[in-house]
Design a protein around this ligand. Structure first.
Ligand code: SF4
Length: 272
């Protein structure tokens, strides 16, 4: 008989953390495994939040790491130009970072950890952000994706109540950034980039070093499409204000679907 396994892939964000709380309370009978795929470029607050999750829920979290990290891939991924080869950065159109840093390591872990098992993968997509689930359900017969918040109709306010009620609270980066992930993630709004500059100037300058901006040669590989991080600093007064980021703001830059692909992209790989 096929064995069933149950996995919650934590992202370091609030929704997957709330899902861990919710699943334990609603399904105490399930033998859940918790995993975090570490790109090696996460925010310090993400690691702190994972420690908080471990302590509050008293759970182990398996940390999966890519065999080759960002510094390797950022040199390997180059584009040839008449002036030589230059590293090019990932973007919403070319998300190679997700594949090499998150999806392949996760896929390898699943295959090694659960051979010949049916794996139930629980995803913290909320009912108020599920614009389109079509095509996001795996056709891999050994992997079943479940959306407990959608199935039970939980929205942002419910997730907030779960996090506050459990004592977990929100990740500390939520005061200046709406999304977990790499410090250089190209899905950041300009205000979030400036939040990175304020909170982790070393990481901002590190991200800046990966950019290539040679306007006289027409070569431009920058994190934001329309300006470099150096230019953003020069214009920061145009983008800064003192408002705390609102939850809805994330939709300007990151659709629910694109966030889902972070978690589910491996499914299409497994299909292929
Ligand atoms: S968090 Fe952003 S930069 Fe990091 S792997 Fe995901 S899409 Fe790429």
């Amino acid at each position: 008989m096929t064995k069933h396994k149950h996995v919650i892939a934590l992202s370091g964000g609030k929704d997957s953390a709330a899902l861990a709380v919710y699943m334990r309370e609603k399904h105490p009978d399930l033998d859940l495994e918790y995993v975090f795929t570490d790109s090696g470029c996460e925010l310090p607050e993400t690691y702190e939040y994972l420690d908080r999750i471990r302590a509050v829920l008293n759970i182990d979290i398996t940390v999966i790491k890519p065999e080759k990290g960002w510094d390797y891939w950022s040199l390997v991924k180059v584009k040839r130009t008449p002036y030589g080869a230059f590293p090019y950065l990932p973007s919403p159109q070319q998300r190679w970072c997700t594949e090499v840093l998150k999806l392949i390591p996760y896929e390898q872990w699943i295959n090694t950890r659960f051979p010949d098992c049916m794996v139930n993968s629980y995803v913290g997509l909320r009912a108020d952000e599920s614009s389109d689930r079509q095509g996001l359900v795996s056709r891999n017969p050994d992997l079943r994706v479940r959306f407990p918040f959608i199935e039970d109709g939980l929205v942002y306010e419910d997730i907030r109540d779960i996090l506050l009620g459990s004592g977990l609270g929100f990740p500390d980066y939520y005061s200046w950034r709406t999304r977990s992930g790499c410090f250089f993630c190209f899905y950041q709004s300009k205000r979030e980039w400036l939040g990175l500059y304020k909170n982790h100037p070393d990481l901002y300058y590190k991200a800046m070093k990966y950019e290539t901006d040679l306007p006289d040669k027409g070569i431009r590989f920058t994190w934001c499409q329309d300006l470099s991080l150096r230019e953003l600093l020069e214009k920061k007064d145009e983008f800064e204000d003192d408002q705390v980021l609102e939850e809805g703001e994330i939709s300007r830059d990151v659709s629910a679907e694109s966030r889902l692909i972070d978690t589910l992209g491996h499914l299409s790989r497994r299909e292929g």
